[in-house]
Design a protein around this ligand. Structure first.
Ligand code: G4P
Length: 533
């Protein structure tokens, strides 16, 4: 393949994550995207978390019992000349550190917000991770076919809660029973709402230019028309102007209003989004910035999934390709293991099916068989180059429990099992500082991980455990640990000093007030919410 072909394959790729609070409409929107891409024929195929997502991965009993997916998946499809990779970020009870890590593999994010609710807690958490990476964030304000909050108020909510200025690209005319459509600001055109497109790909939408007053009045009625004119004036006078550079830097979020369920405004959003979002971004490695269209292949591991196939106890390492082209039989260097190898059984997801890949390009995600050598954040690259991508941060767990084995004779298996599971990145483990206690504190981002841990220790290591939940909700790494003597730190009475797997000191707190208090009491102390590896 010539360099030109390589570049055009990479240029057409768009790799993004959809983030939202549960029930805002992420699944529905994803499904509509797939529908436009022709990857599924009928709306409803990805929907029904209990059925379709289930088919994507059926690796653990817990998943089957609950009908939820613990794992996140990647969907690839083509639309309008683009090759799109959507990274699914698990939500609901299966919210875990993997949800955050998945965002490390995305080049941009679509934030779905329920227009009746505004910014919700899970949106906030996921947004923070995107903001840390400074990737472009696009907002889809969903469910306009239901009564929604005032659109100006919704934009204020994003700006105040998330600290990012917004730029409305279109504007809703009413909501709920009175929803009449949206005003496309760039084209100065009213797109009239109809719910007849529900579940279909095609569909005809009526459009009326803003200048055609008579038709608008006839279609919208006096009240909606006047309100629209007022809003248009306000929008033109105030608010942030669209600025592609600001969007690229993650400093301005373009906002689109619509209704995923009735298919209104979705294709318009997709088309505009694809234009505004970027092709695979260059990434930082220890040797400098790596250009995605470099002819040397490189990728990093952002997720490891154990036991997808119970009979084989294998693991799958998910990699984001960052540069060049991958071919199935190629030799690669696993940088951290300093070993040249072939990646076996490389696979990719197409809609909800897994299949073996022969080739893939920068921007794509592949899953490869992992004989237990990869860790989260590892780099693989062409053997003729050698560099390592920046590590993936460790994110703050929010739930903690003290864990011990019930049968004291099984201490060895217990420690081995829990350490291995922590190394895979499914949980984090901590030891209490200076207490001499052998108990282990487990921290997780989502509570389901506790169940996964219990299940895996029992089934894979034959160890039964007892878990006592602890009241801590906040964890802070000490950013300047080299200058601080943790033994001399004076915190609040509820504070606990622990160390992590890498022996780094950390503090656990029950409430955020104690964090402030501890900072006040210890001059020079710097705390951070995630730890760069
Ligand atoms: P999630 O993945 O973010 O959790 O949300 P999901 O798409 O599953 O949507 C949550 C609920 O909101 C679903 O209803 C879905 O049909 C509904 N929904 C999504 N987009 C819209 C929209 O634009 N307008 C309206 N009115 N509803 C929307 P459900 O009753 O929980 O599920 P189901 O019975 O429809 O499957």
């Amino acid at each position: 393949m010539t360099d030109k072909n390589l570049k055009s394959e990479i240029d057409k790729r768009r790799t993004f994550a959809i983030i939202s609070h549960p029930d805002a409409g992420k699944t529905t929107l994803t499904e509509k995207f797939l529908l436009y891409g022709g990857a599924i024929n009928l709306a409803g195929s990805v929907k029904g978390k209990a059925t379709a997502r289930h088919a994507v991965s059926d690796w653990m009993e817990i998943e089957k019992e609950r009908g939820i997916s613990v794992t996140s998946s990647v969907l690839q499809f083509n639309y309008g000349g683009f090759c799109i990779n959507i990274l699914d970020t698990p939500g609901h009870q299966d919210f875990s550190e993997d949800t955050y890590r998945t965002l490390m593999a995305a080049d941009s994010a679509v934030m779905v917000i329920d227009a009746a609710k505004g910014v919700e807690p899970q949106t906030r958490k996921l947004f923070k991770v995107c903001a840390m990476r400074k990737i472009p964030i696009f907002t889809f304000m969903n469910k306009l076919d239901r009564d929604a909050r005032d659109p100006f108020e919704l934009l204020d909510d994003i700006e105040n809660e998330l600290g990012i200025p917004t730029c409305p690209m279109n504007w809703p005319i009413g909501s709920g029973k009175d929803f009449k459509g949206v005003y496309d600001r760039e084209r100065r055109m009213i797109v009239v709402y109809s719910d007849t497109q529900k579940g279909t790909r095609e569909g005809h939408t009526e459009e009326i230019p803003l200048s055609d007053k008579d038709r608008l009045l006839a279609t919208l009625g006096d009240t909606a028309f006047e309100k629209l004119m007022e809003d248009v004036e306000l929008l033109d006078g105030a608010g942030s102007e669209f600025d592609q550079d600001e969007v690229d830097a993650g400093m301005l979020s373009p906002v689109f209003f619509g209704s995923a369920l009735t298919n209104f405004g979705v294709e318009l959003f997709l088309q505009n989004f694809l234009k505004m979002t970027s092709s695979p971004l260059a990434r930082k490695a220890d040797t400098g910035i790596i250009d995605p269209s470099s002819s040397d292949f490189s990728a990093f591991v952002f997720k490891i999934q154990a036991n997808m196939n119970k009979a084989h106890r294998d693991r799958i390492a998910f990699m984001r390709i960052c540069s060049g082209k991958f071919t199935a039989q190629m030799e690669v260097l696993h940088v951290q293991g300093d070993k040249v190898m072939r990646l076996s059984q490389p696979q990719q997801m197409m809609a909800s099916e897994r299949h073996i890949v022969d080739e893939a390009y920068a921007g794509d995600i592949i899953g490869v068989f992992d004989p237990g050598i990869f860790s989260i954040g590892d780099t693989v690259c062409s053997p003729n180059v050698k560099f390592a991508y920046e590590g993936i941060p460790t994110f703050a767990p929010e739930h903690f429990a003290r864990v011990r084995q019930i049968d004291t004779m099984k201490r060895k298996q217990f420690v081995k099992g829990i350490t291995q599971i922590a190394q895979e990145g499914a949980i984090q483990i901590f030891h209490e500082l200076n207490t001499g206690l052998e108990e282990i504190i487990v921290g997780v981002v989502g509570v389901l991980q506790f169940e996964v841990l219990k299940y895996r220790l029992e089934n894979e290591y034959n160890v039964e455990i007892r878990m006592d939940t602890l009241p801590y909700e906040h964890i802070r790494w000490i950013a300047n640990a080299e200058n601080i003597d943790i033994n001399k730190l004076s915190g609040t009475s509820d504070m606990k000093k622990v160390t992590d797997l890498k022996d780094r000191p950390l503090l656990l707190f029950i409430n955020s007030w104690s964090i402030g208090m501890t900072l006040e009491r210890n001059e020079g102390l710097e705390l951070e919410e995630f730890s760069r590896n």
